[in-house]
Design a protein around this ligand. Sequence first.
Ligand SMILES: [Zn+2]
Length: 92
Amino acid sequence: MGTLMVRCPRTGADFPSGIETDRLSFELTPAFTATIRCPWCAEDHVWSKIDAWICEADGMTQPNAVSPPARPPAASRSLPSPAPRRSRRASG
Ligand SMILES: [Zn+2]
């Protein structure tokens, strides 16, 4: 759910219209025109659907802190053991 926001044409400030809806429902709503009392300039503004938008900030948004899994410390690469020295035995 979100709040339908309107912008004051005089001050350019945003304010909630008091209507709560979700984005999809609002998009499906046919165009309309309404009057709203502006909290900024205390006047009635005529607004229509195209002037409004949905603000979906709930104030309860929990941060999706997805911490990466703890990585094991980089294992020191074990050096390959030196090849055993072949003792060359001269034959004969
Ligand atoms: Zn206003």
